[in-house]
Design a protein around this ligand. Structure first.
Ligand code: GDP
Ligand code: MG
Length: 253
């Protein structure tokens, strides 16, 4: 029997109240939309098992975290953010204010997660796209939204840091290759999807994209952990080097 490896990802849905976060989560999780979801669903997250997007022999377990209504008070607990792997930023395409607030949500989010490599993945969902008709237009023009996504692009993974820490010559080539390709992909704008929890438009695509970005980030972080810094050479004969003592080589101990 082939043993399946499993990845666990914590995906967070953020955005103003009433933009459709809970509806999107339920739509993706159970394929349903009732149009009657209350602000609180009584659970912090829903889990969904999916096949790994690039390896059918593996499973990925998604934990999708919803705000359960607390976003009204802007007081989401530490546990909500802890261990997040990626973030879906949701606004209502007919509501300009909800789009303007995305910068706040993003900034607030980054205060709580480890973004030391500057690589935290985001995906933007412009929800309620089904409401757009000839008479109902976008609250914010799509061009402006896409500009914001470009200005806020998912940053690279700190090529310099990785480079300095790579000392195993056989690993450096492949490491740099993967980082370069990673950098290029991460230098793309934040992906944007018009979505509708009501009609299912764009929902699968947005979740699949955020899953791929989170898996890619985790893969690179795992590699990063296994690359040790270069050993520091100490020449005991050389009295000109100061290793921390106060007056040169004689006081090194
Ligand atoms: P949340 O506060 O962000 O979690 O938003 P909810 O999921 O509770 O949805 C708020 C309201 O918007 C509800 O009345 C939903 O039925 C409605 N809604 C959510 N998604 C959509 C959508 O895609 N299209 C339309 N037309 N209404 C939606
Ligand atoms: Mg909700």
């Amino acid at each position: 029997m082939v043993r399946q490896r499993k990845d666990l990802l914590k995906i967070i849905i953020l955005g103003d109240s009433n933009v459709g976060k809970t509806s999107l989560m339920n739509r993706y999780h159970s394929g349903k939309y009732t149009g009657q979801y209350k602000a609180t669903i009584g659970a912090d997250f829903l889990s969904k098992e999916i096949t790994h997007p690039e390896d059918p022999s593996r499973q990925v377990s998604l934990q999708i975290w919803d705000t359960a209504g607390q976003e009204r008070f802007q007081s989401l607990g530490v546990a909500f953010y802890r261990g997040a792997d990626a973030c879906l930023l949701v606004y209502d395409v007919t509501d300009a204010t909800s789009f303007e607030k995305l910068s706040n949500w993003k900034t607030e989010f980054l205060k709580h997660v480890d973004n030391s490599q500057g690589d935290f993945p985001f995906v933007v969902m412009g929800n309620k796209a089904d409401k757009l008709t000839q008479t109902v237009s976008r609250g914010t023009p799509l061009e402006r939204v896409l500009d914001w996504c470009s200005e806020n692009m998912n940053a690279d993974l700190g090529m310099q840091n990785f480079g300095q820490q790579s000392y195993n010559p056989s690993s450096v080539g492949s490491m740099n290759m993967s980082l370069q390709s990673h950098q290029q992909s991460r230098r793309a704008p934040i992906p944007h999807f018009d979505t509708s929890a009501a009609t299912n438009q764009g929902v699968e695509e947005a979740f699949e994209t955020v899953t791929k970005l989170a898996l890619e980030r985790n893969r690179l972080l795992m590699r990063h952990m296994f690359i040790a810094p270069p050993p520091r050479m100490v020449n005991l004969q050389d009295s000109s080097q100061n290793y921390g003592g106060q007056g040169g080589g004689e006081q090194c101990c």
